[in-house]
Write a protein that binds this ligand. Structure first.
Ligand code: ATR
Length: 471
C-alpha cells in the first residue's frame, strides 16, 4: 500500500511505516496561521478547523499527484473555549502548561484522504486529557528540557515521551500522536484489493532511567526481521507516577510493556492478574494489556536464564549437583526460582548482606542454604553450577573476588554480567576447564515470550541479534 503524506511530521510518517504503508512525504506548506485566523473570524466550529486545514494540505498535494492516495492531517488543542496551535516561544509554552495543569483539555485530530483532487474520506478524532497538577519547578524543568524540540507539537508535549504528565486520558494513542491510523486503515483496506493492513501494536519498556535499555533494539530487530507491523519504544517514568502512567497507557491502547529497574515489584502490584511464576518470584518484567484493558503480569527472567543455559550448554543438567548463587538482588530471585524449577538438588545462596539472602529462603527453605559472603569459596569442590548475579565484575564496578581453582572441572559457570562480554569469572572458569555461559543470552531469551505475545510470532535468538545488542 502506498500513500503520499502531505505533512512534514516524522511521527505521522513513522506511524504509517509501522503499519507497513510505503510513504512519500510531500509537505504542503500552506499558511496555517492565516487560514486558522480567518476560520476563527468566520466562527467556524473548533472541530472544523483542523479538518479544513487537513483538507487544504491533502488537496494541494493531490492536485499535483492525482493518481495517488494523499493523506492530510492536522491537530489542534482546545482549552476553555480557546484553540491553541504550536507554542510560539518558550514563554508561550510555559504559560500554556501553567494553564493546563490540573485541568482537562482536548486534542482534535483530523485526517482527510484525497484522490484525483477530490476528498474521498475524512475522520475527526477527539481526545480528552487531564494533566497532573505540576509545581512551578516541575513546569520549569520540563520546559527547559523540552524546548525548543517541542515547538512543533500543538499540545506542547510529546505524549509518547512524557505520558506521566497526565492523570487521565480518554482517547487513543495514535489520535494523540496526530494520525488516526485505525480508521485510516479501515478505509484503505476497503478501497484496496491488497492484504488487509492491521493497526500496529505498540509496546514500551518502562524504567527510570531508561536510555541504557537494549530492549528497543532487540524488539525492533525482530519486528524488521519478521516483517511485522508494530513499534517498540522506551519511556522514562519518574517514580511517583509509575502505576497511574501504566494504566493511562493501557487505556489508550498500548499493547504491553517490559518493565525494568526500579519498577519490577511495582509492576506486579498494579496488575489485575499475575502469573504463578511472577507471583512466586515477587516481581514482573512483562505486562500484557488484555482486551478488556486489564493488565496481566508475568516474569520471563527465570525463563530467559534457563533458556540461555540450555541453548549454550546443552549437556548441562541442573539436577546433577548443588548450585552456588552469588548475590541476592532482584535478578537472584529469578535465578533461584529457575534452578528450583529445573530440579537443582541444593542451592547455596551467598550474599554480602546475609539478611537479604535470608529473605529469599521463602522460595524453598528446604533447598536453599544461606552462607556468609566470606565463605563463598568453601563449598566450591561440590558445586556443579555457579551463578554470579551480583554487579561485581561489570565495567565500572569492583571485581568479583573469588578464587575458583577448587571448582570441579566440568562445572557450569555463568555470569549475569555481560559488560564486558567475558568477565574475569568466565575467563578464569574457562581456564579451569569449566563450561562457561555469558549473560547476554539471558537478556535476549527473556524478551522472547513477551514479543511472541504482543506481536504474534516467536522470534529467534541468533548471532546477529547478539552482535547488535553488544554494539
Ligand atoms: P539486581 O536487581 O540486578 O540483582 P541489586 O538488587 O542491586 O541488583 O543486587 C545487586 C547484588 O549485587 C546484591 O546481591 C548486592 O549485595 P548486597 O545485597 O549486599 O547489596 C551485590 N553487590 C553489589 N556490590 C557488591 C559488593 N561490592 N560486594 C558484594 N556484593 C555486592
Amino acid at each position: 500500500m502506498e500513500l503520499i503524506l502531505a505533512s512534514q511530521s516524522k511521527m505521522r510518517r513513522h506511524i504509517l511505516e509501522c503499519s507497513n504503508i510505503v510513504v512519500t512525504t510531500v509537505p504542503a506548506n500552506i499558511d496555517e496561521e492565516s487560514i486558522t485566523k480567518s476560520l476563527i473570524f468566520e466562527n467556524v466550529s473548533f472541530r472544523d478547523i483542523p479538518d479544513t486545514l487537513a483538507e487544504y494540505k491533502a488537496k494541494k498535494i493531490s492536485a499535483k499527484n492525482p493518481e495517488k492516495w494523499v493523506l492530510g492531517c492536522d491537530q489542534v488543542l482546545v482549552f476553555q473555549s480557546k484553540i491553541y496551535g504550536k507554542p510560539a516561544s518558550k514563554k508561550d509554552l510555559l504559560e500554556r502548561l501553567q494553564l493546563l495543569q490540573g485541568r482537562q483539555h482536548r486534542l482534535i485530530t483530523a485526517n482527510v484522504i484525497f484522490k484525483d483532487a477530490k476528498p474521498l474520506w475524512r475522520h475527526v478524532a477527539v481526545t480528552d486529557l487531564t494533566m497532573h497538577s505540576l509545581d512551578s519547578t516541575e513546569i520549569h524543568d520540563y520546559v527547559d528540557s523540552a524546548w525548543p524540540s517541542i515547538s512543533d507539537s500543538c499540545g506542547g508535549y510529546y505524549f509518547e515521551k512524557t505520558p506521566h504528565l497526565f492523570s487521565t486520558v480518554r482517547g487513543n494513542w495514535f489520535d494523540i500522536l496526530g494520525l488516526s491510523i485505525g480508521p485510516i486503515l479501515s478505509f484503505l483496506n476497503q478501497a484496496s484489493e491488497k492484504t488487509p493492513l492491521k493497526v500496529p501494536p505498540i509496546v514500551a519498556v518502562l524504567g527510570h532511567p531508561i536510555s541504557h535499555s537494549k530492549s528497543p533494539r532487540i524488539h525492533r530487530y525482530w519486528l524488521n526481521k519478521n516483517r511485522l507491523n508494530g513499534d517498540y519504544i522506551a519511556i522514562d517514568i519518574p517514580p511517583k507516577n509509575f502505576s497511574n502512567t501504566v494504566k493511562v497507557l493501557a487505556s489508550v491502547g498500548v499493547s504491553g510493556f517490559n518493565v525494568t529497574v526500579p519498577y519490577k515489584e511495582s509492576a506486579l502490584a498494579l496488575a489485575d492478574k499475575v502469573s504463578p511464576k511472577a507471583g512466586k518470584i515477587g516481581s514482573a518484567n512483562t505486562l500484557t494489556v488484555t482486551k478488556n484493558c486489564h493488565i496481566y503480569a508475568d516474569n520471563t527472567d527465570a525463563y530467559g536464564f534457563m533458556e540461555n543455559l540450555r541453548a549454550l550448554s546443552p549437556n548441562w543438567d541442573p539436577k546433577s549437583g548443588p548450585a552456588l548463587v552469588l548475590g541476592a538482588g532482584g535478578a537472584a530471585r529469578a535465578v533461584l526460582f529457575s534452578l528450583i524449577e529445573a530440579g537443582a538438588p541444593k542451592i547455596y545462596l551467598c550474599n554480602r548482606t546475609r539478611a537479604r539472602a535470608e529473605e529469599l529462603m521463602g522460595l524453598s527453605s528446604s533447598l536453599i542454604d544461606v552462607i556468609d559472603w566470606k565463605d563463598r569459596e568453601l563449598w566450591l569442590p561440590e558445586i556443579h553450577t555457579l551463578v554470579n548475579t551480583t554487579s561485581l565484575g561489570m565495567i565500572g564496578k569492583p571485581a568479583l573476588d573469588i578464587n575458583i581453582s577448587k571448582l570441579r572441572k566440568n562445572a557450569l559457570v555463568t555470569d549475569l554480567v555481560y559488560s564486558p562480554l567475558e568477565t574475569d569469572l568466565l575467563r578464569n572458569a574457562s581456564r579451569n576447564g569449566c563450561h562457561v555461559v555469558g549473560g547476554v543470552g539471558m537478556l535476549l531469551h527473556q524478551a522472547v515470550p513477551g514479543f511472541e505475545g504482543w506481536f504474534g510470532v516467536r522470534p529467534n535468538v541468533d548471532e546477529e541479534i547478539e552482535r547488535l545488542v553488544l554494539e
